[in-house]
Design a protein around this ligand. Structure first.
Ligand code: HEM
Length: 236
């Protein structure tokens, strides 16, 4: 929760109250890791995305380190770095496109994450040339140079409350809001993957669900590893 890129993550109260209810009913059985994976599944369904099953049985880690969170993909990473960070976790270029596109079809981003892209992308204070010239003034108006960096704007401009393919078209057309989404169109491999989904909701939805399940298996602790936390914000 203290890592710079994750300061705005919300909803921990919902995870914690779910955990408290479960601990009342059946103490020490359901991990926080499973609650988070199931909450993501339900959130996707609630915004009219695909319904999918999530395997359970994860145990919680006994470590929580800011230094590890700092290694997560960064909004200003190049496409090469984004691909490498995903690859290091066993996730392909396809997973990168599906997970970024599928997740950022909903939600908002703080202007903080747009500062470099809008006002310091090139020497002399230029903007990211990948931004459509018709979109640039709109972004700048929402996130002015000395404005409040905590103001939040939709990640999927024009369709941020529903799970759909609109985000992919936005990225193709230079209307991505955050730089890491725009970078998906920089590289031939990720561009081709993204283009291939623009016309097919069924395959995007199904492949997104598969990628979510795959991501949910990374580094899973089972058996006698880790623990079942009593509260999700602290190790036992
Ligand atoms: C490719 C690497 C990624 C980068 C660099 C990235 C970066 C970001 C940033 C900067 C924000 C705005 C956060 C804020 O203002 O507090 C954001 C929002 C969000 N991201 Fe990502 N993200 C990535 C991949 C993912 C993935 C794989 C998922 C989940 C599958 C995801 C889910 C979300 C969601 C749901 C939001 C909206 C949060 C809200 O509305 O409060 N992101 N992301």
């Amino acid at each position: 929760m203290k890592a710079q890129g994750n300061l705005g993550v919300a909803g921990f109260d919902i995870i914690e109250s779910t955990k408290a209810e479960l601990e009342n009913l059946c103490p020490g059985i359901v991990s926080c890791a499973d609650i988070v994976a199931l909450a993501a599944r339900d959130a996707v369904s609630l915004v009219r995305g695909p319904n999918y099953d999530v395997p359970t049985g994860r145990r919680d880690g006994r470590l929580s380190k800011k230094s590890l969170a700092d290694k997560l993909p960064d909004v200003d990473d190049s496409i090469e770095v984004l691909r490498a960070k995903f690859r290091d976790k066993g996730l392909s270029d396809r997973d990168l496109v599906l997970l970024s596109g599928g997740a950022h079809t909903i939600g908002v981003a703080a202007c903080f994450f747009m500062q470099k892209r809008l006002y310091n992308f090139t020497p002399g204070g230029g903007s990211d040339p990948a931004i459509n010239p018709r979109f640039l003034p709109k972004l700048k108006a929402k996130c002015p140079i000395s404005g409040d960096v905590n103001v939040r704007i939709p990640l999927d401009w024009g369709s941020h409350n529903v799970f759909d393919l609109h985000i992919l078209k936005n990225i193709r057309d230079g209307n991505a809001v955050i730089a890491s989404d725009a970078r998906l169109y920089d590289d031939q491999s990720t561009r081709q993957i993204l283009d291939s989904y623009i016309t097919s909701t069924p395959s995007f939805n199904a492949d997104f669900a598969t990628a979510m399940v795959k991501m949910g298996t990374i580094g899973v602790k089972a058996g006698s590893q880790g623990e079942i936390r009593r509260v999700c914000t602290a190790v036992n």
